[in-house]
Write a protein that binds this ligand. Structure first.
Ligand code: 5AD
Length: 333
């Protein structure tokens, strides 16, 4: 469906409860048309919280003093083994930009996962790398790559990032990934400092134009020790509206109900699914490292954000009429 710029503005700003309910219902209906009552589950493995970047919003930014860790390739493979037993068919390797994870190392990990689990998809979320590096990861067998664009407005981007991080380069990475045959995910935080309706409209226009296979959005949550530690968190309600709008603008997108939503609201994830989301990504990292991947305060990694709760997650989804298929959950063209 085509939403005009003024339709979008209206949907983002209205306080009419009927209009909002209709938006959520439409988001759910469009998702059902493409994917049915199915939600895909991904096992999230946080492989390192070392990061060379200094993004102003992020709790694991270089200049924040927090305890650092990285998983060994064998630990990562063990997480996949646990995940496969729990029924996962996609493993998401996410981490800060950690130079220890060279192309050789990451390619070795991808090869091992693919050799042991040929029927599973590997998603990477390891930040910006060069095109040559992305090409090697793709050749090694990685299927998907998540790299949130963070904001589609260059001026806003510069307010959230140190000057060595370039908006144009980040966007170039997304086009390179697409070009190399990855299923690509972009995304942004809702309620990040200095975000406006105008910058959000640019995010939506970018998504409508780029048509990424995946879009990750969640509310901004302040992180202790960062320049934005005293900024207010983003709104759950606005996040839900954006999820529905993204679903309507781009019906085939794989759209997670993110951990940040679940962190701010006990039924945030269910409400996201009702509004059109169709992916959940519970945490499959080793128990003792979960608390260390503290990109924002109070980040959930237990209960229904935990992979060990896969059975419970299925039950909670069944209660809202959704099933988790035994399927990699690739983008449907
Ligand atoms: N609140 C919410 N999301 C955050 N991210 C980083 N810091 C925060 C925060 N304080 C998101 C960014 C990044 C992803 C890994 O997590 O969008 O791309």
């Amino acid at each position: 469906m085509n939403l005009s710029s003024s339709d979008i503005e209206q949907l983002l700003t209205t306080s009419d409860p009927t209009a909002i309910d209709e938006l959520f219902a439409e988001g759910g209906r469009v998702r059902d048309e493409v994917y049915g009552h199915q939600v895909f589950m991904r096992g999230l493995i946080e492989i390192s919280n070392h990061c060379k970047n200094d993004c102003l919003y992020c709790g694991i930014r270089r200049s924040n003093h927090c305890q650092r860790y990285r998983l060994s390739p064998e630990q990562i493979l063990d997480c996949c083994r646990t995940g496969r037993r729990l029924g996962f068919r996609t493993f998401v390797l996410q981490g800060g930009e950690d130079a220890w994870f060279t192309d050789d190392i990451v390619c070795g990990i991808i090869h091992s996962i693919k050799a042991e689990f040929p029927d599973c998809a590997v998603t990477l979320s390891l930040g910006e790398r060069g095109r040559e590096s992305f090409a090697r990861l793709r050749e090694a067998g990685a299927d998907r790559y998540l790299l949130r664009h963070e904001t589609a407005d260059a001026t806003h981007y510069a307010l959230l990032h140190p000057k060595e991080m370039r908006f144009d380069y980040r966007m170039q990475c997304l086009y390179d990934l697409r070009d190399l045959g990855f299923q690509v995910g972009c995304g942004f935080m809702v309620g990040s400092p200095r975000q406006t309706i105008e910058t959000l409209k640019k995010d939506l226009a970018f998504i409508a134009d780029f048509r990424p296979e995946m879009v990750g959005i969640g509310p901004f949550i302040p992180a202790a020790g960062t320049p934005f530690e005293n900024n207010p968190a983003g709104s759950v309600e606005l996040t839900l509206r954006l999820l529905a709008i993204i679903r309507i603008l781009h019906p085939h997108v794989l759209l997670p109900a993110t951990t940040a939503l679940g962190t701010l609201h006990p039924t945030g994830r269910e409400r996201a699914i009702a509004a059109g989301a169709n992916v959940v990504m519970p945490n499959l990292s080793p128990q003792d490292t979960r608390a260390l991947y503290s990109i924002y305060n109070n980040k959930l990694s237990t209960g229904s954000e935990s992979a060990e709760s896969a059975a419970d997650i299925r039950l909670r989804l069944a209660a809202i009429g959704m099933e988790v298929p035994d399927d990699r959950g690739d983008y449907k063209k």
